[in-house]
Design a protein around this ligand. Structure first.
Ligand code: EPU
Length: 448
């Protein structure tokens, strides 16, 4: 398994461009199942999760040309409805084929996603949404079988759960309702920019979805959907991660294609901490801004609580924990989406971080320098947090199991090295270590 060898303490400077959003692309690709027309997606990031989604769609009868950049998809066979466990276990986001399959093929068989590195990830709200639209749900042999032989019928659905809205649940119900008979209202819909991106694609395909970006979606069902050409929005989590990389190295970095408008809660926390995100271009289109990241010499502690969008995203909690290790004083981080998503805490402690966890809350006592150490990544965002810590630490850090990173960041080491970091990808094979080309990944985890 590949690892990163990082020489810490180098100040980052320069300019890079933020890639297309993984979490937007996955449901956008699944939406290709909703039509016989051709779907062209542009700005698709080069990630193992995207290759896995392409593999899943091919198994469901979709011709997929290209794995990243420009990807073209067209349904060739309508008879396949089974998302098998071998793919679902590598990527939880496989669940986003549920709504599109049910809408077009009236039947979906999806392997029940299992546990996850950061706790329980139920799909009850997805299923409740499908049932509200008239589908029948059964569990058999580890598969969820969802059927609607007479088609789906519009209705009013409250889609909130104990932790608020659900992103992929909203995506699934939106796709299914787009082709249902009549009008559907989703109350407590997810407001994430990725949901807006999906609504924009579906509307280009001929759907009639109103209210995307707010908590109440109104969907007027249509008979069929057609072809569309769509450019994926930039990745706000990648943007936030590279902004933290600049901040923890006291750098001066310009990030192009920075989705400023989708990151206001993050920018608010950066401001509190003493990290400046100056929008230097793109004021008229702030989802595609150019931002300069610089920071004050002394960083300030703060409080962070993760919440559904437009609140602070759980997918940046781990990376901000690294940043707060350099803010002198006590910061408080509360995780309200995945209360167990703290696998990075013990690894950061190996580097000298002072973090005390009690339930879903951590107190980070910042200001003590971090020291390089061998650490192990456990999920995608925890891996990113450890790379950031390695960039800022004194000495050498080895982050093992970085296949997690390749699921969500295209060639992260190359991007950071352009900015002056010193990161080497090392392949470990039966005890021997050899330098490896970037991007060779094995996806064996399913946390995203
Ligand atoms: N939830 C339920 N029931 C459901 C679905 C969700 O109770 O049926 C709960 C979850 O347990 C969680 C909350 O609702 O507490 C939100 O989960 P959500 O459904 O929104 O998560 P998701 O759609 O499965 C997406 C991202 C995750 C990101 C979350 C939250 C994709 C492919 N994944 O997952 O991304 O953390 O939204 O923003 O879009 C990542 O990229 O590292 C990643 C994990």
């Amino acid at each position: 398994m590949d690892s990163f060898r990082i020489q810490g303490g180098r100040r980052l400077a320069g300019r890079i461009q933020i890639e297309g959003s993984k979490n937007a692309t996955l449901p956008l690709m699944a939406a290709a199942l909703c039509t016989d027309g051709e779907i062209t997606l542009r700005n698709v990031p080069c990630l193992s999760d995207i290759s896995n989604m392409a593999r899943l769609l091919r198994a469901l009868g979709v011709q997929v040309d290209g794995d990243c950049g420009t990807v073209k998809m067209r349904v060739m066979d309508h008879n396949k409805v089974h998302a098998h466990y071998d793919i679902v276990k590598t990527m939880r986001a496989s669940i986003c084929v549920l709504g599109p399959l049910l809408a077009r093929r009236r039947r979906a068989v999806i392997a029940m996603p299992g546990g996850c590195a950061f706790g329980s990830r139920p799909i009850d709200l997805h299923l409740r949404g499908m049932q509200a639209l008239g589908a029948k749900v059964e569990l058999s042999g580890g598969d969820i079988i969802v059927t609607a032989p007479d088609g789906l019928k519009g209705t009013t659905i409250f889609l909130g759960g104990p932790n608020g809205s659900t992103v992929l649940g909203t995506a699934n119900v939106m796709c299914a309702a787009a082709l249902a008979k009549g009008r559907t209202v989703i109350e407590c819909a997810a407001c994430e920019p990725e949901v807006v991106d999906l609504a924009n694609l579906l509307n280009k395909m001929g759907a009639r979805i109103e209210g995307a970006g707010g908590p109440r979606l109104v969907i007027h069902g249509v008979e069929q959907l057609g072809s569309a050409d769509h450019t994926v929005i930039p990745d706000r989590i990648v943007a936030g991660t590279y902004a933290v990389a600049a901040a923890v190295t006291n750098g001066d970095v310009i990030l192009e294609e920075f989705p400023y408008d989708g990151m206001l809660a993050v920018i608010d926390r950066f401001n509190e901490i003493g990290v400046h995100c100056e929008l230097i271009e793109g004021h008229d289109d702030p989802m595609h801004g150019v931002v300069r990241i610089t920071s004050e010499r002394l960083l300030h502690p703060t409080q962070i609580t993760t919440q559904p969008h437009p609140g602070f995203p759980t997918d940046l909690q781990a990376q901000f924990m690294t940043l707060l290790c350099f803010a002198v004083g006590n910061s408080i981080v509360t995780e309200k989406i995945y209360p167990e998503r703290f696998m990075h805490v013990a690894e950061l402690a190996r580097m000298g971080a002072q973090i005390h966890r009690q339930g879903p809350t951590c107190v980070v006592t910042g200001g003590t320098p971090l020291r390089g150490a061998p650490v192990m990544a456990s999920d995608l965002r925890a891996s990113a947090c450890l790379v950031l810590a390695g960039l800022a630490a004194e000495g050498e850090t080895n982050v093992s199991r970085i296949y997690h990173l390749d699921r969500g960041y295209s060639r992260m080491e190359e991007q950071l090295n352009v900015l002056g970091a010193k990161i080497e990808r090392v392949r470990e094979e039966s005890g021997s270590k050899i330098a490896a080309p970037a991007g060779e990944a094995v996806a064996v985890s399913s946390d995203a």
